[in-house]
Design a protein around this ligand. Structure first.
Ligand SMILES: Nc1ncnc2c1ncn2[C@@H]1O[C@H](COP(=O)(O)OP(=O)(O)OP(=O)(O)O)[C@@H](O)[C@H]1O
Length: 283
């Protein structure tokens, strides 16, 4: 049974320890009627999504619901066949659905993929230096002297991601969780306003998962974070709002408590299991 099913069925439908969505001056990002087709197959169909500044939003749903495709649209990796993605970041409102991936990153939408992509042969510190100077070559960055201001930003980042005492360690020697935090730290040095994370706690220990949740809470003090996640205990602990997708469409949006109470969500997560049980009982 998948994790949300566990939660829906368990007696622990107590109010979630979530932070209510913060009302902001206006949405930082709004998707309107997004459709994505892959050779005629509609992976996302008319999806709307609006994010307020400072939200820690979780995007959940069964396998194949279109969650990763939505992140791909937000960062420009995939172009929607219709719809708009309006980003109100540092610049005026921009429809980023028409922009290229690197332009979107520069405008302030940062994306972290599932597998950490740090430089394993370089130290934690060197990885952060490189992240801060994305437009220069790796060796040029390492040879150049880091300014005092940049140094301060790196040190602050090391504290935030909890790797200050490992800054001289080669990144390849870090644990899986630590590599994920390093990569988040690298993204933060590019000062994104919106951070997109795909299953950040997959493969982490319970302790690492908890630390990641705390890190995300720190990050949303200044930024907006969208997380695609299957670990429902993690979602329940840390989400401010949850968006449920099913078959490329928006199924439900609300607090985790509201989502857990929704019958259609229960059906999507439990329906197949009931069918399976029914089949099993006739055998
Ligand atoms: N590049 C592609 N070409 C063709 N089909 C694709 C492509 N990318 C995704 N799909 C299909 O689109 C649908 C949505 O995929 P997506 O990865 O967005 O789902 P998801 O909700 O993230 O699933 P999961 O939780 O399993 O990662 C799936 O049926 C998938 O097979």
């Amino acid at each position: 049974m998948n994790n949300l099913a566990n939660h829906l069925e368990s007696s622990s439908l107590s109010p979630p320890a979530s932070i209510p969505g913060k009302a902001g001056p206006g949405a930082v990002l709004s998707c309107e009627n997004i459709t994505v087709s892959f050779d005629g197959f509609r992976a996302v169909q008319g999806m709307d999504l609006e994010l307020q500044p400072g939200e820690l939003r979780f995007l959940i749903g069964p396998n194949g619901a279109g969650k990763t495709t939505m992140l791909d649209v937000l960062c420009g990796k995939v172009k929607p066949s219709s719809g708009k993605v309006i980003f109100r970041g540092r610049a005026n409102a921009v429809d980023v659905s028409k922009r290229r991936e690197h332009e979107i990153a520069r405008l302030g939408i940062g994306r972290k993929f599932q597998t950490p992509s740090v430089f394993p042969g370089l130290t934690v510190d060197e990885n952060l230096e490189i992240a801060m100077s994305q437009n220069r070559g790796v060796w040029a960055v390492l040879r150049a002297k880091t300014s005092k201001f940049d140094r301060m930003r790196i040190e602050a980042n090391l504290e935030l991601i909890g790797l200050a005492d490992k800054k001289r360690l080669r990144a390849g020697l870090l644990s899986h969780g630590e590599k994920q935090w390093l990569e988040i730290g690298m993204l933060l040095l590019q000062e994104p306003e919106v951070l997109l994370l795909d299953e950040p706690v997959a493969g982490m220990t319970d302790r690492e998962t908890e630390k990641t949740g705390e890190l995300l809470r720190q990050i949303v003090r200044k930024r907006t974070v969208v997380v695609v996640e299957h670990d429902m205990e993690f979602v329940r602990r840390f989400a401010s709002r949850v968006t449920v997708m099913h078959e490329g469409k928006l199924l439900k949006e609300g607090t985790m408590e509201e989502v857990q109470r929704d019958e259609r969500v229960a059906e999507v997560y439990l329906g197949r299991r009931r069918d399976a049980d029914a089949v099993g009982s006739t055998a």
